[in-house]
Each structure stands twice: as C-alpha cells, then as structure tokens.
Design a protein around this ligand. Structure first.
Ligand SMILES: Cc1cc2nc3c(=O)[nH]c(=O)nc-3n(C[C@H](O)[C@H](O)[C@H](O)COP(=O)(O)O)c2cc1C
Length: 258
C-alpha cells in the first residue's frame, strides 16, 4: 500500500468519525441525569414563582418545603396514598404517554388537543395555619407550534386565579411566546375561572379585554398576532379546569372546607 492512499484516508476518516460519535453519545448519556435533575429543579422554581414563594436568596429545596405535593386521581378527585404512587418519583409526563397510566380523550372533549390524559396528576398545596391557602395545578395543551406546559395557582376559594406560568413551549418569541410576558401574566391574578352555573368561563379575548364588560372578571387580553396560541391557552384552561381535569378535586376540597 502506498504511504498515502485513498483507502488510508477513508480508514482515518471513519476512525475519527467513530471516535467523535462515541464521545458525543457518551456525553449525551453521561449528562442525561444532570439534565433531568435540572428539569425537576426548573419545575420547582416555576411552582414557587407561580405561588409567589420564590426567594432568590434561599435554596429551592428549602423554599419548596412550604409546598405539600400530592397525587390526585383525576377520575374521582381523591388523593392517592403515597405508598401507592410516590409524589417524589412520579413522572407525570411519562404517565401521560403510558397506556396503563393514561386515558384516551374523545376528540369532542379534547379541548387541550393532547390526545391522552394521565389518570393521576401531581398537585401542589400551600397551607397557612393548617388551612389551604392555594393550590397549584399542572396544565398543558397545544398552542400553534407546540404543547405548552405550565402551572396555574388558585386561591383558597378554589375559583380565583393567583398566578400562571408556562415553563415549556416552542411558540414564536414575540408572538405566542408572549405567554411568558410577566405583565400579561399579571392580568390573570384575581380572575375567576367558573361562571355562576359552574362551567369554565375564563378566556382570553381577541385584542384588549374591556374592563367594563360584565364578563371582565373572566377575561384577560389576547396575544397580539398570536390568536392561535391564545385560543390554545383558553382551551387548555377549559379542559384542565373542567370535569375531566381538576374540577372533581376542587369540588371535593371545597366540600371539605379545604
Ligand atoms: C413566522 C411566524 C410565526 C408565527 N408564530 C405564531 C405563534 O407563535 N402563535 C400564533 O398564534 N400565531 C403565530 N403566527 C401567526 C399565525 O400564523 C396567525 O396569523 C395568527 O395566529 C393570527 O393571529 P391574529 O389574528 O392575532 O393576527 C406566526 C406567523 C408567522 C409567519
């Protein structure tokens, strides 16, 4: 074989490519636990933010001790015993894809556009002097480009919004991505979810919400140039606050005097 040959060039190129792909694959696998831990931490931070309990000076784990995490059976609204499903290890996103741990949503009821819904959901309770002060609920639903994942905090009356946050989505920055705008999110605080007859009335309007409207207590501004994301947000609230979402839990807590 000549000192410099086409075959030698190929062997070197293949060996280099194989070494590099091994390094990249190794790094991806090696970093996975850290990425997962960061995702869990990010979710905890978002829960603390929506509950207005986030303190940048305190550790997230320390602050999170103010929050009690439970798992609820969405079909009954009852809590699931910790020895049955452990809130510390329950992977709700994986459960939503697992045929055994999720249910198919009939298309006519699938306002959130998610296809399947987990049977069990994490919920986060903040108590003051032993009494429920707020409940934080995980929500998700289709926007225009992506599924939006977030948390909705409700006051102790279990009807009034205390906060909203979306911690993951791929809507367009400046358009649908304005769901992350804190000024817009601030409009949600104090709005009511349910109308007089108990159905979900909360919604985003197209354009600016009219403060003098009889519907004003259920409305926030739409997202300019992003009506499709805005409709997705309205619809995911309709789904998760409805009978197939958290309504049974909220009614149970209300009946028990929370
Ligand atoms: C590059 C690009 C990105 C867009 N991103 C979004 C988006 O994230 N959310 C959304 O609702 N509409 C988005 N739109 C606009 C939609 O196609 C549609 O025009 C819009 O939702 C209509 O809202 P409007 O009635 O408020 O203008 C995007 C359009 C373009 C061209």
């Amino acid at each position: 074989m000549a000192h410099e040959s086409v075959s030698k060039t190929f062997i070197v190129a293949i060996a280099l490519a194989a070494t590099c792909s091994l390094l990249v694959a190794g790094a991806a696998i090696g970093l996975r636990p850290r990425q997962e831990a960061n995702k869990v931490l990010d979710r905890k931070i978002n829960i603390l933010i929506v509950a207005d309990l986030y303190d940048t000076k305190a550790s997230v784990e320390e602050s999170f001790k103010q929050i009690e995490t439970r798992i609820v059976d969405l079909a009954t609204g009852e809590y699931v015993a910790k020895d049955q499903l452990d809130p510390e290890t329950f992977d709700q996103r994986a459960a939503a894809r697992d045929p055994e741990l999720s249910v198919k949503i009939p298309p006519e009821k699938d306002y959130a556009g998610i296809g399947r819904r987990e049977k069990y959901s994490l919920v986060y309770l903040v108590k003051k002097n032993g009494k429920l002060d707020q409940v934080i609920l995980p929500i998700d639903g289709k926007g225009l480009w992506s599924t939006l994942y977030g948390f909705l905090a409700l006051s102790d009356d279990l009807k009034t919004i205390r906060g909203i946050t979306f911690y993951e989505h791929s809507e367009t920055p400046g358009l649908g991505g304005e769901v992350d705008n804190s000024k817009w999110q601030a409009q949600w605080v104090g709005k009511k979810i349910y109308g007089k007859e108990g159905s979900v009335q909360f919604h985003l309007v197209k354009g600016v919400a009219d403060k003098s409207s009889p519907e004003a207590e259920y409305q926030v501004d739409g997202l300019s140039g992003a009506t499709l994301t805005a409709n997705g947000v309205t619809d995911l609230i309709k789904y998760w606050m409805g009978n197939d979402g958290f309504k049974k839990l909220l009614e149970r807590l209300q009946a028990e005097g929370a």
